[in-house]
Design a protein around this ligand. Structure first.
Ligand code: BGC
Length: 415
């Protein structure tokens, strides 16, 4: 049985916390999509829902990576006032489900065949104890390098495929008077770069140190090498580094002020929002040395158990975000690729098509890993222990060896 919205766009007005909605039912959605590209993606969702008779009450909490949104969500739930639905990353889904706050989406998942079309690695986070508790809207890939075609062409450079090429390109870009590697000084952005470097050293290091939290791997010579490479990358940041938001950092590449940025493909959403073509004006390649592997993070919408009155709207939202047409339109804007495998690829840009092909290759080779920086590696408290060490390293002159030792201690203390 397909659960359809019980309410076509309603002529009926419903009073809603002082505001008046023309929809018979509304969803209040907590999310952190506030940059230009992200907000455009939110509009796709809002319009899709409104077209099906479900109103949208926006609860946007700014802050890349979602830390501030998760703090607000906790406060709302603690106050006994959860939103209808919330954006969350993989481990958060598990934690909220474990606490018993999430509604069950099995009925709609079975009716719409989610089990058949969502990759098992994503299902592992969207399901809790065998039950669907959150709808996956995308697959993001955090280990990309974005390059200014203007600067690369001017200097006769190619996108780098190994770290030697990366540093040679960075030196040439810096010598020409541009910022070589635009970076934003926030813990999650720093961790996004660092985890990609760890993956580039050896996928087995990523698995043992970041997914399994093995102390030997955390303190290994390979980990020291990862911090050494990260120290070098940090050396190419500009003076505006401290505290800068990721989208303002992306804007430096879009505007041709910086040569490269290492960032997830939400940066591609900014490129699209700026009217540029990914793969043409803004070049993309995976972080040197990570070809063959695929880090992923998925944005889910989890439905809070807010009583029967909201269930039809929640089902409607879950059905909407999982439809083939929505996943295509939304992900074209968001920069990510669909969370279902049966969405036509033809309309996606070259970088997204590379992502889809790489995902298939990495899945077949068992080289798909959850992103630690983006909530798919460790529970929040332990993830925080990693990020503390990485940001302390990035904002000091700590040696790579001391950082690796600090990582062992910090992760052990959080366990
Ligand atoms: C989310 C993306 C978001 C990015 C920056 C990531 O953790 O998965 O959807 O665009 O953070 O805010």
């Amino acid at each position: 049985m397909t659960v359809k919205s019980t309410c076509a766009v309603a002529a009926l007005s419903v009073a809603l916390g002082g505001a008046t909605s023309v929809f018979a039912q509304d969803v209040e959605v907590l999310h952190w999509w506030t940059s230009g590209g992200e907000a455009a993606a939110v509009s796709v969702l809002k319009e899709d829902l409104e077209g099906k008779g479900t109103g949208w009450v926006d609860m946007a909490v700014a802050g890349g990576g979602g830390d501030a949104a998760m703090t607000t969500l906790r406060a709302r739930v603690t106050a006994g006032d959860p939103p209808t639905a919330a954006q969350m990353l993989g481990m958060n889904v598990r934690e909220w489900a474990d606490e018993g706050y999430l509604g069950n989406l099995n009925e709609i998942a079975a009716a719409e065949g989610w089990d058949e079309v969502v990759p098992p690695a994503v299902q592992a986070f969207g399901k809790y104890e065998g039950n669907w508790v959150a709808a996956p809207v995308n697959m993001h890939r955090p280990h990309w390098v974005w390059g200014s075609a203007k600067i690369f062409d001017e200097l006769g450079l190619e996108m780098p495929t190994n770290w030697d090429e990366f540093f040679a390109a960075a030196d040439a870009i810096e010598a020409a008077g541009y910022t070589a590697v635009a970076q934003g000084g926030q813990a999650w952005q720093e961790a996004t770069i660092w985890e990609a470097i760890v993956l580039s050293i050896d996928p087995n290091l990523y698995q043992s140190a970041l997914i399994e939290a093995d102390p030997e791997a955390l303190g290994s010579d390979q980990m020291v090498e990862a911090f050494e490479i990260y120290r070098k990358v940090l050396g190419y940041a500009d003076d505006g580094y401290a505290g800068r938001d990721w989208n303002l950092t992306t804007a430096l590449v879009i505007n041709g002020e910086a040569g490269m940025q290492i960032m997830g493909d939400w940066a591609k959403g900014e490129v699209v929002a700026a009217g540029l073509t990914p793969g043409e004006e803004i070049l993309c390649s995976v972080v040197p040395g990570t070809q063959g592997s695929f880090l992923f993070n998925t944005d889910f919408f989890a439905m809070f158990d807010v009583g029967e009155g909201k269930q039809a709207a929640q089902q409607n939202m879950a059905q909407s975000v999982m439809s083939v047409s929505f996943q295509e339109t939304f992900n074209l804007t968001k920069g990510s690729i669909p969370a279902r495998t049966d969405v036509p690829q033809g309309n996606f840009d070259a970088c997204a098509q590379k992502s889809m092909a790489d995902l298939a290759e990495a899945t077949a080779a068992d080289q798909l890993y959850g992103s630690l920086a983006h909530g798919h590696g460790q529970p929040a408290a332990i993830q925080g222990a990693y990020l503390d060490v990485v940001t302390a390293f990035a904002n000091s002159d700590q040696s790579a060896a001391d950082a690796a030792a600090a990582l062992v201690a910090s992760v052990a203390a959080a366990q």
